[in-house]
Ligand binder design. Structure first.
Ligand code: DOR
Ligand code: ZN
Ligand code: ZN
Length: 433
């Protein structure tokens, strides 16, 4: 099937091209002059939209399996395409966590017929003797949490982290790290609110763990991606090391780039997240680092829970992010708070390069025909009741956005458009490293 996309403005390597796109099934065939004669099977009208390479979210918790009540492959990838994402990389802290090749195999098999966009899967490298087999099974990278145990194993001590670095270095895959030093996290009792939670998950916890990781990583040639950096001090330290090494990558979330602690007073437990929402100075500094080219990836950290789990005495950390990322981030860019072209790179070419997603992240000949259409519109308020995610709440409630996703194309077919909503075509494929 040969399709011609007309009336779009195409984002290509930092330029906006007034051209048409030819796609043949799952591939981009060519960019052609407007008006150039070509025999095609159908014409798709972009109606003046800005056409980006299909967005990639390198930080999604799709859940499913035993915690499908929070989110499952269908609802999670529906939220993805409604939010303009055509690829998501799924985090391994599922129930049970993805710690063995068998579990990874099962997860991949179960996802296959349910995903509306392309999905890659991280694995959790708890057992050194399983790392190679996890790679063989096709994990896209590894992810660890430094502040929590899984299956009674943790990475609290330098010695264990060092062993892990040695083992992951051999694989050549990227190690993603949730960096919080548990010895610097305050005690949270049986009952706490967002402010108490944020105080416990101190700035020092993040900064200390980043320092420890960088210190240990020196010996190795290991690619490390620091997930959701939330503090000025934390990103400053990584920025310093990035001047001497190409091995370190930074990720920031839309929430940490937008919201400050005043939101904790407003929406309280809904906002609980790890790492927490910080002060205004941190938000401003993260934005500055974005302008300076220090931020490689924007990850949504889409972390759905039920409303009960959020509003109880010990609120679960995290909130959905796939359907708010584009409206929030492109509005910030439009208002001049964050750099427009770096924003696009952080959602397309950068994650594609860092995770070796060949064929993704750019509108190039022979690449996968994944595309995201955006439009700037008059102000409207974000409304979580319309989410496709099962988690219908957000700390961005009432945020005045000026950007919408008008269409999402996965492998040559529309899976979301503004008028019809999500079109339940499960065209997504599993991406392996
Ligand atoms: O806020 C968070 N939510 N931080 C994490 O590290 C985990 C995540 C989740 O899976 O809910
Ligand atoms: Zn995390
Ligand atoms: Zn996460």
């Amino acid at each position: 099937m040969l399709t011609r996309i007309v009336n779009g403005r195409i984002w290509k390597d930092g330029n906006i091209l007034e051209k048409d796109i030819l796609i043949e099934d799952e591939k981009i065939l060519d960019l052609i002059r407007k008006g150039q004669k070509v025999q095609v099977d159908r014409i798709l009208d972009a109606k003046g939209a800005l056409i980006l390479p299909g967005l990639v979210d390198a930080h999604t918790h799709l859940r499913d399996s035993r915690i499908s009540y929070k989110e499952d492959f269908v609802s999670g990838t529906s939220a993805a395409v409604a939010g303009g994402f055509t690829v998501v990389l799924d985090m391994p802290n599922t129930e049970p966590p993805i710690t063995s090749p068998e579990r990874l195999e099962d997860r991949i098999a179960s996802a296959r017929k349910k995903i509306l966009c392309d999905v890659g899967f991280y694995a959790m490298p708890l057992y050194m003797d399983k790392i190679e087999d996890l790679v063989r099974t096709g994990c896209i990278g590894f992810k660890i949490y430094t502040h929590k145990s899984f299956e009674e194993i943790n990475f609290f001590e330098d010695e264990t982290i060092d062993k892990l670095f040695k083992a992951v270095e051999k694989t050549g895959l990227t190690l993603s790290i949730h960096a919080e030093d548990p010895s610097k996290i305050g005690y949270l009792g049986e009952k706490y609110n967002a402010i108490e939670h944020a105080r416990a998950h101190s700035i020092e916890a993040e900064v200390n763990m980043i320092k420890r990781i960088l210190n240990l990583a020196k010996k190795y040639n290991l690619k490390i991606r620091f997930c959701h950096i939330s503090t000025a001090e934390g990103i400053k330290i990584v920025a310093g090391e990035k001047r001497y090494s190409l091995n370190y990558f930074t990720e920031v979330t839309p929430a940490h780039l937008t919201l400050d602690e005043s939101i904790l007073h407003k929406y309280d437990k809904i906002c609980v997240v790890e790492p927490p929402i910080r002060g205004k100075e941190d938000v401003i500094f993260l934005r500055k680092m974005f302008w300076n080219g220090v931020i490689d990836i924007i990850g949504t950290d889409h972390a759905p829970h039920t409303l009960d789990e959020k509003l109880c005495d010990r609120p679960a950390p995290g909130f959905p992010g796939l359907e708010t990322a584009v409206p929030v981030l492109f509005t910030l860019a439009k208002k001049g708070f964050i750099p427009f072209s770096k924003l696009i790179e952080s959602l397309t070419s950068n994650p594609a390069r860092i995770f070796n997603l060949n064929g993704y992240g750019a509108i190039d000949k022979d690449n996968v025909s994944n595309l995201t259409f955006l439009k700037f519109v008059p102000e409207y308020e974000i409304d979580s009741s319309k989410f496709y995610s099962k988690a219908k709440f957000t700390p961005f409630k009432g945020f005045k956005a000026e950007t919408i996703v008008t269409r999402t194309i996965v492998r040559g077919e529309t899976v979301y458009d503004r008028e019809s909503g999500v079109i339940d075509e499960r065209r997504g494929k599993v991406i392996k490293h």
